[in-house]
Design a protein around this ligand. Structure first.
Ligand code: ADP
Length: 471
């Protein structure tokens, strides 16, 4: 149904259109060209006719205006907001939110990947297809001195076999594993694993592909493993060598006794004495080897029972008075009162103190004094908390400083002839080191050539208990 157009609007429209005719009729009536009655009649007829003619166009105009009103809903800010436009805008907003979410998710994943790379203890590098380093974690940057702007791998890793392997991996996408050795500042051995990163399937190549990672280089530090292997091999060689010498002496003596010295009572006594000394040397060596391996077996499990160190020290000192006297030496013991107990293995602690005292007796000057001190206090660097320190000081030749870092190595001796002559096995301080390692303690060596040496064993004190506090 057509909408109604009000009479007033129709009249106003007709009046506007007929204005010229009406003025003409008015002039004619005023000049008496036509009578007033005819003029009024003509004017009314003209208006009525026009109103009738304008009725339909004006109805259509109202319809159009209503449609236009519906189409152009204008909000307060003057923005056109038709339902279609609202729908399109909502769709765009949803798409924008999705893109933002995806961007945030990608940024999150990139941050996680970055953190994983940084957290890896092994040096890791990412190479692009031109062998340029595009990423390196902290371990790699520190090891290879890679700065912010990285370049060709050759600039950081000057090892032709590794570079050739990297080229081969980038060319044929087959992983390679290669050995790499660094000489400075200390010798280090690495296994270099180079693994290809295949391009993501289904994605079209982009300009970024030139710099996207195409291979992962992981350096695995094999220095400790290599050193352990070397030490094991050295140890087996050294131990058999140490046993071979007295064994050869024993066999030689037995042959002499069976042969030329068979009927020589004097020679027999001499050879029997020699054999006893060599057998004793072998016994000591076997004992030390067994002690070392039994300590190593439990090294990972620190003792937990609190033990008092002073009585252990006094017992050992008492037992060593005879060998000390044999060299005209005297052992003095001074101990802090109320020394805290330490979580310890009493037998191993006795062995530790005995080994240090044995050395003081062996390498101290004849007739000198050996001072044993037991003190409680703060520990050295790396040992937080209270410690008990047991120091053994002798007056003797002392040890040249270059030897000190190696004293606890198995079979390491400053003067091999002197050690053997004194009945040393070369294992005493290695045993001390392992006992301390099990007790989570430390060894400190202070020595001055021509004056003497002080060996101090630091042991963590037991946590104060109600009992020890009361004691
Ligand atoms: P050894 O059985 O030869 O004494 P250790 O492992 O006990 O073996 O000691 C290693 C080396 O350290 C000894 O050979 C000796 O050269 C040196 N050493 C150890 N303690 C002392 C000390 N108190 N004074 C001088 N040198 C020492």
């Amino acid at each position: 149904m057509s909408p109604a157009v009000s009479l007033a609007r129709l009249f106003a429209a007709a009046l506007a259109l007929a204005s010229v005719g009406l003025v003409a009729l008015l002039l004619l009536a005023v000049t008496r060209e036509i009578p007033w009655g005819a003029a009024i009649f003509a004017a009314l007829a003209l208006l009525a006719g026009l109103m009738w003619r304008l009725r339909r166009p004006m109805q259509e105009a109202v319809v159009i205006a209503a449609a236009a009103d519906r189409l152009a809903e204008v909000d307060a800010a003057g923005t056109v907001r038709t339902p279609e436009i609202i729908e399109i805008a909502a769709g765009l907003a949803r798409a924008r939110a999705l893109v933002r979410e995806r961007d945030e998710e990608m940024a999150r994943r990139a941050a996680v990947a970055e953190r994983i790379l940084e957290a890896l203890p092994d040096p890791v590098l990412l190479l692009d297809r031109d062998r340029r380093v595009v990423r390196a974690n902290t371990a790699a940057r520190e090891l290879l001195g890679i700065g912010v702007t990285a370049g060709d791998l050759a600039g950081f890793l000057r090892a032709p076999p590794v570079l050739a392997a990297a080229d081969a991996v980038l060319a044929d996408n087959i992983a390679r594993d290669i050995a790499y050795k660094v000489d400075v500042p200390v010798e280090r051995h690495f296994g270099v694993l180079i693994t290809p990163i295949a391009p993501v399937a289904g994605t079209a190549p982009t300009a970024e592909d030139r710099t996207s990672p195409r291979a992962v280089v992981r350096l695995v530090d094999l220095t400790t493993v290599k050193r352990a292997e070397e030490m094991r091999a050295d140890f087996a060689a050294n131990a058999s060598h140490e046993l071979k010498t007295p064994l050869a002496a024993l066999i030689g003596s037995i042959e002499t006794l069976r042969g030329p010295a068979h009927d020589d009572a004097k020679a027999r006594d001499r050879f029997l004495g020699l054999m006893a000394a060599q057998a004793e040397r072998m016994r000591r060596l076997v004992n030390d080897l067994l002690a070392l391996s039994s300590i190593e077996l439990v090294e990972h499990a620190p003792p937990t029972t609190p033990v008092a160190v002073t009585p252990i020290v006094r017992n050992v000192v008492q037992a060593l008075e005879i060998p000390a006297k044999a060299r005209d030496m005297r052992i003095t013991v001074t101990a802090d009162e109320a020394l805290p107990p330490v979580p310890g293995d009493a037998d191993q602690l006795a062995q530790l103190i005995q080994n240090l005292l044995d050395n003081a007796i062996k390498y101290g000057s004849a007739g000198s004094e050996i001072a044993v001190r037991l003190t409680a206090g703060a520990g050295p660097t790396g040992m937080p908390g209270k410690v008990v320190a047991v120091s053994v000081a002798d007056r003797g030749d002392g040890i040249p400083p270059e030897h000190i870092p190696r004293l606890t190595e198995r079979f390491y001796r400053v003067d091999s002839a002197r050690s053997r002559e004194a009945g040393g096995t070369g294992l005493g301080l290695a045993i001390v080191k392992h006992i301390l390692s099990r007790h989570r303690g430390q060894l400190k060596v202070d020595s001055e050539v021509g004056i003497g040496s002080t060996f101090t064993a630091y042991l963590p004190a037991a946590a104060r208990t109600a009992d020890s506090a009361a004691a």
